[in-house]
Write a protein that binds this ligand. Structure first.
Ligand SMILES: Nc1ncnc2c1ncn2[C@@H]1O[C@H](COP(=O)(O)OP(=O)(O)O)[C@@H](O)[C@H]1O
Ligand SMILES: [Mg+2]
Length: 423
């Protein structure tokens, strides 16, 4: 099978690495790709924002299957366009991708199908939103409705913060994504992520994970795209996984089908484990980054037939086997991230891959044949071990083998899981 992978992050490097191991693969192409992905795939310069060009590339290259990594092309309808051209594609339609593209859409679906989530209201102007917030009181959560690259949510602990967040949204801090806001009840508990494939009528549960969003050790400082992650998430007991499937994921699948937009792709549920059980914080409609990196390290099965079955409505014919071990990834970012950072700084050395440890590339490029950092989040040092503590130790050994003066990372990724191992 000839496959085209869309994307250029650490998530796509992990997908490329795993797809490249498939005996069913005859050729792997990637666009836009990165130097890590280039170890496993032929890089194409087709513009992924030009849907007609992507279709033309697939025809010219006789691509059998397209795997879309990131959310933006899905929300823009790339999967619809490819399927219309007769090309099998992994990833939801634009209509179904509203689950990620519009927070209000997802909250309305939860209300319609009794899916546990925080109480909420949607607003299109500041004055009504503020009146509602004043009536509810703090803490309270303000969310820009649309895609805001992880920056559109304010968990306001005070009334002042909440009202300021409303002004930010309606003053255009998030562009069109903030033209509407969702105001929702603050949920307290431990967060976890759950990944499940769906072909429209069948579900294939994958695995649990937890990530670290804050830039600093001890989960302090500003939010980022994610500074590290591990899988499994010990907070997600088998009972909580079963409840998540029956109370959240299955009704979402049925509701989306009933509402005329059957979902095909990854359900990435962001959950809060409250006193009442799992409640939905949000859906993403693609693999997480960096969660995908730890999932791929734990997946024993061949990824390609699983994704192909998902895309062709035959998910009931495949299973996914997992290593019981913990996988843990540490994100190395450019100094200054998530604020301003220098671009083009040299990366002098990356340790070679071992069967239990691998560095994935995210924001890297080749400049005059030398590897440089081009993004905020740049490398993902990923390792597996029999415990979270051992996986952490191995991941940091990998980090310490990376020579990149302008990089930094957190030193405590996985601490919650390790505390659970040593109560
Ligand atoms: N209702 C809520 N109660 C408490 N914290 C929340 C709530 N909603 C979101 N958060 C926090 O804000 C983070 C970002 O919110 P989320 O809806 O996942 O948006 P996004 O990932 O698109 O930025 C969550 O990971 C969680 O830590
Ligand atoms: Mg989130």
């Amino acid at each position: 099978m000839k496959v085209l992978l869309i994307g250029s992050g650490g998530r796509e490097h992990a997908l490329a690495w795993k797809l490249a191991q498939s005996p069913r693969l005859t050729a792997l192409f990637a666009a836009p790709g990165n130097p890590g992905i280039a170890e496993h795939a032929t890089i194409s310069d087709v513009d992924i924002d030009d849907q007609a060009a992507v279709v033309a590339f697939c025809r010219d290259t006789a691509i059998d299957f397209v795997v879309v990594g990131p959310e933006a092309p899905l929300v823009a309808g790339l999967a619809d366009r490819l399927r219309k051209a007769g090309i099998v594609t992994f990833g939801p339609s634009a209509a179904a991708a509203q689950l990620e593209g519009s927070k209000g859409f997802t909250k309305d679906l939860c209300a319609q199908y009794d899916i546990p989530t925080g109480a909420y209201r949607r607003f299109g102007n500041a004055s009504e939103a503020k009146a509602y917030i004043e009536a509810q009181g703090a803490p309270i959560v303000i969310k820009a409705d649309g895609l805001a690259a992880g920056k559109g949510v304010t968990v306001a602990m005070t009334m002042g913060e909440a009202l300021a967040a409303i002004d930010d949204c309606f003053d255009g801090a998030f562009g069109a994504a903030g033209a509407e806001v969702v105001v929702e009840a603050f949920l307290s508990g431990e967060e976890a992520s759950f990944f499940c494939l769906c072909d429209g009528r069948t579900l294939l549960p994958l695995a649990t994970a937890q990530d670290h969003k804050r830039v600093g050790d001890g989960d302090t400082g500003p939010n980022t795209g994610g500074m590290g992650a591990y899988s499994p998430a010990p907070v997600m007991t088998p009972d909580l996984v079963a409840r998540t499937m029956t109370e959240i994921i299955a009704p979402t699948m049925r509701g989306m089908a009933k509402n005329g937009m059957p979902f095909s792709g990854v359900f990435f549920a962001g959950l809060m484990i409250t006193d009442k059980g799992p409640e939905l914080i949000e859906y993403n409609v693609r693999f997480g980054d960096p969660e995908c990196q730890v999932l791929m390290m734990r997946l024993k099965s061949d990824l390609l037939p699983i994704l192909f079955a998902c895309a062709t409505g035959t998910l009931d014919t495949v299973t996914a086997e997992w290593h019981d071990e913990t996988a843990l990834t540490v994100v190395l970012a450019s100094k200054g991230y998530p604020g301003a950072y220098a671009k083009g700084t040299p990366i002098e050395a990356i340790p070679a891959e071992r069967n239990d440890a691998k560095v994935f590339h995210a924001g890297t490029a080749l400049k005059e044949r030398k590897l440089v950092a081009t993004g905020g989040r740049v490398l993902n040092a990923t390792a597996v071990g029999p415990t979270a503590a051992i996986a952490q130790e191995k991941a940091y050994q990998l980090v310490d083998g990376i020579v990149w003066d302008n990089g930094f990372c957190r030193r405590d990724i996985g601490y919650l899981a390790i505390e659970r191992e040593n109560p």
